[in-house]
Design a protein around this ligand. Sequence first.
Ligand code: IMP
Ligand code: MG
Length: 183
Amino acid sequence: MQNKDLKQIIITEEQLKIRAKEIGALIDKKYEGKEITLVGLLKGSYVFTADVARAISNPNTKVEFMVVSSYKNGASVGVVTINLDLKESPKGKNIIIIEDIVDSGRTLAKIKQMFIERGANSVEIAAMCTKPSRREEHVDLDYPTFEIPNEIVVGYGLDYNEMYRHLPYVAAISEKALGKYKK
Ligand code: IMP
Ligand code: MG
């Protein structure tokens, strides 16, 4: 690749465009005549949320965002923190969570549970990609997703220490760059 920080493209711009349209069409079909709320998990899902939202024709579509962060503290289990919450209560709503990548699955398991506890009518998950080999908690992915190998990927919203969110594709970052941008 021209950019030496990147090893190879894992998901192309074209594949992502097609996938977002596919998910939009599936959502339209499933929720015809119903109101839906897309919930993008920031920052990582900002690009894919915009793509999926624009692929939806349902006029009763709302778009919200949440900022969540998950971290692992030594050997203890991951803690998921909500740094920015929804503007409107999810009570009685049909929620579709849009996530960039599923790794251990903890973030989505926790957020989905939270929506159920807050009385959402339904909660589904659309994830851009997933690393199945990393899963520690089971999560149902309700829409097609790209299964990727156990690599640190960047682009299309995904970052490595805030670098490379802006790339129009998803790429694996090189070992050298992992060291270079390490914090
Ligand atoms: P989980 O709770 O372990 O599933 O973590 C999911 C979150 O970890 C995602 O929303 C991303 O923010 C982050 N993440 C996991 N793998 C990657 C990666 O390869 N690149 C960038 N972010 C990642
Ligand atoms: Mg994230």
